[in-house]
Ligand binder design. Structure first.
Ligand SMILES: NC(=O)c1ccc[n+]([C@@H]2O[C@H](COP(=O)([O-])OP(=O)(O)OC[C@H]3O[C@@H](n4cnc5c(N)ncnc54)[C@H](OP(=O)(O)O)[C@@H]3O)[C@@H](O)[C@H]2O)c1
Length: 177
């Protein structure tokens, strides 16, 4: 199945050297600079995520991501706020349609939407992603959720920026093919 959208689809992930991205519904590390980076990158955009990740954010923040539209993928009925800050999609195409609507109606016509995990959602959207914003965590923590295999060292993705910090690095990749 190929996913069609005019939006630039940007995957955003923090991943350890062993591929771990999550443990027990949360993140296995606490890197405040990465949370600030996520906020700065995604602010005022639609952000697509799976139900498990959404529930983890609700638990951590006590509310959905402020200033963004969260598009939650789920097969369940979810209670959402009335203000349109969270919308529910039952499949990938519906998620993209809702992200396009939110981009237009809530985010000033932005042409960019983020895919913010978890593993099941990265995996399904990876073939449609145009760009990947990666925080490399220089550690090998135990975890139950991993980023899917991707052609990082191959021809599909080109590393276009790398910003080394203390214990982690911010990277960006663009799809070349
Ligand atoms: N390090 C990072 O950057 C990062 C980012 C995000 C998440 N995480 C971590 O990753 C873990 C969660 O990832 P996960 O893979 O377990 O769960 P997830 O991808 O967040 O959520 C999985 C759920 O999403 C729904 N879903 C997925 N694809 C769907 C589709 N095509 N149609 C309808 N519903 C769909 C289903 O919900 P229903 O069961 O309700 O149908 C599914 O059970 C957590 O530990 C989290 O902290 C880490």
């Amino acid at each position: 199945m190929s996913l069609e959208t005019d939006l630039e689809l940007v995957g955003i992930v923090a991943v350890a050297e062993n591929g771990v991205i999550g443990n027990d519904g949360g993140m296995p590390w606490h890197v405040p600079e990465d949370l600030a980076h996520f906020k700065e990158q995604t602010m005022d955009h639609p952000v697509i995520m799976g139900r498990v990740t959404y529930e983890g954010i609700l638990e951590a923040l006590g509310e959905p991501l402020p200033g963004r539209t969260t598009v939650v993928l789920t097969s369940r009925e979810l209670e959402t706020p009335d203000d349109g800050s969270v919308v529910v999609a039952n499949g990938l195409e519906e998620a993209l349609t809702l992200a396009e609507q939110a981009a237009e109606e809530r985010h000033g016509g932005t042409k960019r939407a983020f895919v913010a995990g978890g593993a099941t959602v990265y995996e399904q959207f990876l073939p449609a992603m145009d760009r990947l914003v990666v925080t490399e965590i220089h550690d090998n923590p135990p975890g139950d959720t991993r980023f899917p295999e991707w052609d990082r060292a191959g021809r599909t993705w080109e590393e276009v920026s790398r910003d080394e910090r203390d214990g982690f690095a911010f990277l960006e990749y663009v799809r070349t093919t």
